[in-house]
Design a protein around this ligand. Sequence first.
Ligand code: NDP
Length: 319
Amino acid sequence: MTVDAIKVAVIGSGPSGYSAAIYAARAMLQPVLFAGFQSGIAGGQLMTTTDVENYPGFSDGVSGPELMDRMQKQAEKFGTKVLLEDVISLDTSKRPFLIETQERTLYAHFIIIATGASAKRLDIKGTRDGELWQKGVSACAVCDGAMPLFRNKDLFVIGGGDSAMEEALFLTRYASRVFIVHRRDVFRASKIMADRVLHHPKITVLWDSVVEEVLGDSVVRSIRIKNVKTDTAEIHPAAGVFFAVGHEPNTAFLNGAVQLDELGYVRLIPGTNKTSVPGIFAAGDVHDRKFRQAITAAAAGCMASMEVEREWSAMEMGG
Ligand code: NDP
């Protein structure tokens, strides 16, 4: 039996997904891009950021949502069909692959997985949606750190890994002081990053400490931190609280469809954007736990798409 199948499906609507779609559309592959709906991934992590100042070509900066809007328009201009639907499952056992959303099932000869990752947040009183989230509480210092409300104020970073070190060092540009709140008495971070933090005059580490509550009104005003060894809590003035407690790749929906690594990121064949299943590619934060930048994700989307284009041409020529 033959089935009607689209040439390429792109799952995810961050910089990697849109870049993959732009390249695929310009190569006449008529991509269908699943932008997500309920999962909150439409537009990806940039939708929750403010100014993006490090994306080349925008010398005055660009807001995250505007950048994503432009990428979507560019993808659509060349013929990408964008569906605001979540992919809920894939059947990768035979080709073309079966893709299921809440609204439909369709078949695709190639799939590019570009569902990204989400910065983890802790469930701390005062930090939830509708409380002080995005009103001084953030999970991305590089995205939000330059906001005026953080200038010359005391800022707090939660975590002890490389992300926490990087975020704390970044925030020293704006803050009067940066405090790292870490639950243990030793960092998980690499020595070089930890050394930079420990020697930085603006950074203080609060070891063996956890945040109990973030307090404020329309913005963050203070933070209550408990030392878990002494079991004593103190309230410090604060303008910003940044989670740096790791990222989670958005791969749960794959449910074994392709191989993942021990942290749940899509495993790629080294030097390629190919997953463990021929015909399925991945691009962006869903496989990259190191760089996690809009520009690196966009580049990965381009590479995945070019690999698809080559394989599609070979398939068409009976190769
Ligand atoms: P990690 O998983 O390395 O670190 C997460 C940190 O958050 C840990 O210190 C952990 O504490 C803490 N944490 C986790 N859960 C909680 C909790 N419930 N309460 C309090 N603290 C908590 O994540 P990263 O995002 O820092 O790094 C991920 C990967 O990316 C790593 O491989 C890292 O090396 C890499 N990376 C590299 C960079 C670079 O090279 N420049 C920059 C950023 C990341 P604990 O240590 O006690 O478990």
